[in-house]
Design a protein around this ligand. Structure first.
Ligand code: ADP
Ligand code: TPW
Length: 575
C-alpha cells in the first residue's frame, strides 16, 4: 500500500528549467559542460533540446548571440561557474553592444559560502559581475521561481532594444524537488515577448514633411533593420520613394547590393552630399563618424555637416546621442516603415535627376576602377584577386551565409563581396571584435541549415580556431577560408632590435592551417592562386563537408588596422 505522499509525482530544478525553455520555443542550447551543469546538458538532450557543445565558452556565447540575431528568439549559452561564466561574458557584453538577444545561463556555487567568501569551488559573485555588462541579470534561488526567472530573461532579451541577459542558476537549485503538478503550474509561456511598438502619427508626419522637402535625401540601413525582418516594407519604402540608400555592413543584402538605388559604391560622396538622412536601425556611432566631421562634409572633426536627420529606432534614448535628430520616430522598424509608406502616395516626387545622376556617375567610376583591380592576377595572390573568387561564389550561392572577421580581410570583403539576401552577412559588428568567427559559423549552420562561408584573417581565425573540431563533430556545412598573410594586418614587420623574437604582429610564416581541419576528419586545402581557391570553394559548397581553405596571400598586402588607421595613434603618426 502506498501512502498519499509517496504516490505524488515530483519534479526537480533540472526538469523545470528544461520544460520552461521548451515551453517558450527554445530548441537549441550552445554551451560547455562541467560542474554544476553537466547533468543539465545530458537531461536537456534527453528531453529533445539540441545541445551544441563547444571547446570554449566564448564561442558558445557568440553562437548564442548570432542565433538570436538570426531568429529573433534569445540564443541560449550555458556555462559552468566562475571561469566558464567569465569566458562567456565577452560574448554577452558583445551581444548587448550589438543589440542581439541572448541569455547567458551559468551555474554558480553555493550562495551562503560565496557571500561569506569562504572559498567555495569556483567561488564568484557572478550576478554582480554580469550586471553592468548586460541588459538585465536575474538569479533564481527556488525551484518554484524557475518559470518566472526564464520568462523575465526572455522578455528582457527580446523586448524593446534587444540585448544580452544573464541568468544565474546556483547548483543547489537543480536538485530541489517540487510537486510535479505545482511545478507545471509555475511555468510561464511568455505571451507576445517582443510587442510591436507603433509610432506616433505626429512623429511620422514630421518625418514625411522633412523627407518631402529634401533635395538630396539618403536612407541608411543598419543591422537593426536586418534584425527586424521588415524586408518587404523596407524595400517598398526605398523603391516607392526612389531615395538612394546605403547599407551598413550587416544590413547588406536587405536589398541586393546590385540594386540600382544602392549608393554603397559612392559612400564618400553621398554622406557629405545628402541634406536629409533617414536612419533605419543604425546608430550614429563611430562607424558613422558620429554624424559629423569630414565624412559628413563638416570642416573639422567635430564640425557638423548641416544634414537633417530622421531616425527610426525602438530605443527613445538613442535620439540625439551624437547630433540633433530633427524627426525621431520611436517604434519597431516594421511598424514605423509601414506608417511612412502609408504617407507616400502616387503624387510623391522622386529625388531630383541632379542628385541621382551625380550619384550614379560617381558609382560607375568607382565600380569600373574596382572591376579593373579585381581582374588583375598577381603572384602571390592578394586580397583582391582572392575576393574576386569569393564575389563570384556568393553570387552563385546567394543563400550561403558569409561570416567575416579580420582587418583587411574584413574591410575588403565588405566592399567587394555583394550580398543578395537579408541576414546573410555576419561580422565583427559594433566593437570590431575578433573571435566571433567559428561561433557565428556554427550557429548560422545549425539554426538555418544553410552553407556557411567564413572569410577569416589569419589572426582573427586564431581566436576561435579550435572550434573546427566542433564543426567536424556536428558535420556542419561550413567552409572556412583563411586569408593567410603571415600575421596581424600583414606579415612583414621586423624586430627593430635585431633580437631573436619576431615582431609582435608576425606569425609563423606559411603556417598550414588546413591541417587543423584534416586532424578532425574535415577537408583541408592549401590554395596559392585564385583557380585553386575557386575549385576548392566550389567543391566545399557542393559536398557540404567541413572544409578549411588556407589561402596564401601576399604578406606585404594589407594596411595597419585595415581601413580604421585613423584610430591607431602609432600608424596615424606614420602617415
Ligand atoms: P549598425 O552597426 O548596422 O549601424 P547599430 O547596431 O548601430 O547598427 O544599430 C542598430 C539599432 O537598431 C539599435 O539602435 C537598436 O535599438 C535598433 N533596433 C534593433 N531592433 C529594432 C527594431 N525591431 N525596431 C527598431 N529598432 C531596432
Ligand atoms: C578581441 C585588435 C583588430 S583586427 C586584428 C586584431 C588583432 C587582426 C587583424 O589581422 P588578421 O586580418 O585577422 O590577420 P588581416 O586581413 O588584416 O591580415 N582583440 C580583440 N579584438 C580586436 N579587434 C583586436 C584584438 C585587432
Amino acid at each position: 500500500m502506498t501512502t498519499d505522499a509517496q504516490s505524488k509525482e515530483t519534479t526537480d530544478g533540472f526538469h523545470l528549467v528544461i520544460e520552461a525553455l521548451k515551453l517558450n520555443g527554445i530548441d537549441t542550447i550552445f554551451g560547455l559542460p562541467g560542474i554544476p551543469i553537466t547533468d543539465f546538458t545530458r537531461k536537456a538532450q534527453a528531453e529533445g533540446i539540441r545541445v551544441i557543445s563547444f571547446r570554449h565558452e566564448q564561442n558558445a556565447g557568440n553562437a548564442a548571440a548570432i542565433a538570436g540575431f538570426l531568429t529573433q528568439k534569445p540564443g541560449i549559452c550555458l556555462t559552468v561557474s566562475a571561469p566558464g561564466f567569465l569566458n562567456g561574458l565577452t560574448a554577452l557584453a558583445n551581444a548587448t553592444t550589438n543589440c542581439f538577444p541572448m541569455i547567458l545561463i551559468s551555474g554558480s556555487s553555493e550562495r551562503e559560502i560565496v557571500d561569506l567568501q569562504q572559498g567555495d569551488y569556483e567561488e564568484m559573485d557572478q550576478l554582480a559581475i554580469a550586471k553592468p555588462l548586460c541588459k538585465a541579470a536575474f538569479r533564481v534561488l527556488h525551484a518554484e521561481d524557475i518559470g518566472v526567472g526564464i520568462a523575465r530573461a526572455i522578455r528582457a532579451a527580446v523586448s524593446g532594444r534587444p540585448g544580452g541577459v544573464y541568468l544565474d542558476l546556483p547548483a543547489k537549485l537543480f536538485g530541489q524537488t517540487l510537486d510535479a503538478e505545482a511545478g507545471k503550474k509555475s511555468l510561464i509561456k511568455v505571451v507576445d515577448p517582443a510587442p510591436r511598438q507603433i509610432p506616433d502619427q505626429t512623429a511620422i508626419q514630421r518625418a514625411l514633411d522633412l523627407l518631402k522637402a529634401a533635395k538630396r535625401p539618403l536612407i541608411l540601413l543598419g543591422k537593426g533593420a536586418a534584425y527586424a525582418q521588415a524586408d518587404a516594407n523596407i524595400r517598398a519604402l526605398i523603391e516607392k520613394t526612389g531615395i538612394p540608400y546605403l547599407p551598413m555592413s550587416m544590413a547588406k543584402g536587405i536589398l541586393p547590393d546590385t540594386h540600382e538605388q544602392s549608393a554603397a559604391a559612392a559612400r564618400s560622396f553621398v554622406l557629405p552630399g545628402a541634406d536629409v538622412v533617414l536612419l533605419i536601425g543604425a546608430r550614429l556611432n563611430w562607424l558613422l563618424s558620429h554624424g559629423k566631421g569630414k565624412t559628413w562634409g563638416g570642416k573639422g572633426p567635430k564640425d557638423w555637416g548641416g544634414q537633417k536627420f530622421i531616425q527610426i529606432d525602438i530605443s527613445p534614448q538613442e535620439m540625439d546621442s551624437n547630433v540633433a535628430i530633427d524627426a525621431p520616430i520611436v517604434g519597431d522598424i516594421d511598424s514605423c516603415v509601414s506608417a511612412l509608406l502609408g504617407g507616400i502616395g502616387s503624387g510623391w516626387a522622386r529625388p531630383s535627376a541632379d542628385w541621382l545622376g551625380a550619384i550614379s556617375e560617381r558609382k560607375d567610376k568607382n565600380l569600373a576602377k574596382m572591376a579593373e583591380t579585381l581582374t588583375k592576377n598577381p603572384t602571390p595572390m592578394n586580397f583582391h584577386s582572392a575576393l574576386n573568387v569569393m564575389r563570384d561564389i556568393i553570387k552563385a550561392n546567394p543563400d550561403a551565409i558569409l561570416v567575416n572577421e579580420g582587418a583587411n580581410a574584413l574591410d575588403f570583403t565588405r566592399s567587394i563581396v555583394d550580398m543578395y539576401k537579408p541576414r546573410k552577412r555576419l561580422d565583427v559588428g559594433t566593437w570590431g571584435v575578433m573571435g566571433i568567427g567559428m561561433g557565428f559559423a556554427v550557429a548560422a549552420a545549425v539554426v538555418t541549415g544553410e552553407s556557411v562561408i567564413a572569410i577569416e584573417g589569419d589572426s582573427a581565425f586564431g581566436f576561435s580556431g579550435m572550434e573546427v573540431e566542433t564543426i567536424c563533430r556536428y558535420n556542419l556545412p561550413v567552409c572556412v577560408v583563411i586569408f593567410n598573410n603571415n600575421g596581424v594586418y600583414r606579415g612583414t614587420d621586423v624586430n627593430p632590435t635585431g633580437g631573436p623574437d619576431v615582431a609582435p604582429t608576425v606569425f609563423v610564416k606559411n603556417a598550414r592551417y588546413e591541417k587543423l581541419m584534416e586532424a578532425f576528419g574535415g577537408v583541408g586545402v592549401y590554395a596559392t592562386n585564385p583557380a585553386e581557391l575557386r575549385k576548392a570553394m566550389e567543391e566545399a559548397l557542393r559536398s557540404r563537408k567541413p572544409t578549411l581553405i588556407n589561402a596564401a596571400i601576399d604578406e606585404t598586402a594589407g594596411t595597419e588596422s585595415g581601413r580604421i588607421t585613423s584610430l591607431n595613434p602609432q600608424s596615424a603618426k606614420k602617415k
